[in-house]
Design a protein around this ligand. Structure first.
Ligand code: SAM
Length: 199
């Protein structure tokens, strides 16, 4: 019991760091420069630090898109780490973009639905899993169930829209009701970034 409480304290310490880090606009600007955007992509900065603080070596991303979040994670994680990223679309020039940044060896892309991943990906463990694919409630519920045993940290994007919780957020609440060992922390970024974790 004491062990669990101590671990919880340690987790809270880490989370305090994350909140301080969110105010670090220098890094946000630097990521903006790398990603060629001046927009407020504060979730990228936070993803960078989650990868960094966890010293992540193995991360799974559902919803690669054009690679912004993947690049932020790759920059934050261990330089020998691997990011496995799934998307039903293969954006043209995604690979070229990642290679130009020197991250090609660390990035493993699969053009598949997040609900039909290759078997090999379901046999691995991940330092965290980032969910940002199809945002429909049923889809996210299935993703959470499919992957939750492979990690202790799940980060979810687009949980807030115009101050309202979205379908991914409702899926997270459903998941938390069924899995009391999982907890929720709301990270304060653009469109909301939620961290689900279990000790
Ligand atoms: C919001 S974008 C991802 C953005 C990316 N994570 C970033 O921050 O740069 C959502 C992506 O999910 C992909 N997607 C939609 N349905 C999917 C599915 N069933 N499996 C995997 N990816 C899916 C879309 O093709 C799209 O590229």
């Amino acid at each position: 019991m004491i062990g669990i409480l101590e671990r919880r304290e340690r987790d809270l310490e880490q989370i305090k760091d994350w909140q301080i880090i969110q105010t670090n606009s220098k890094l946000r600007k630097e990521l903006g420069r790398i990603l060629d955007t001046e927009d407020d992509w504060s979730q990228l900065e936070t993803l960078f630090f989650i990868a960094h603080i966890l010293k992540a070596r193995q991360v799974l991303e559902l919803g690669t898109g054009w690679g912004d979040s993947g690049i932020a994670i790759l920059y934050g994680m261990n330089k020998h780490g691997n990011l496995y990223s799934l998307d039903i679309q293969n954006y043209s020039q995604l690979r070229e973009r990642i290679n130009l940044l020197g991250l090609g060896d660390n990035f493993h892309f699969y053009q598949v639905s997040s609900l039909s991943p290759p078997e090999e990906l379901l046999k691995m463990k991940y330092d965290f899993i980032y969910i940002d694919s199809n945002h429909e409630y049923e889809h996210v519920v299935k993703e959470l169930e499919l992957y939750c045993d492979l990690t202790k940290y799940i980060v979810m994007h687009d949980v807030i829209h115009e101050a309202e919780t979205t379908q991914p957020a409702k899926a997270a609440f459903h998941f938390l009701t069924l899995h009391p060992e999982w907890n929720l922390i709301r990270l304060n970024t653009r469109h909301g970034l939620w961290l689900l974790y279990r000790l």
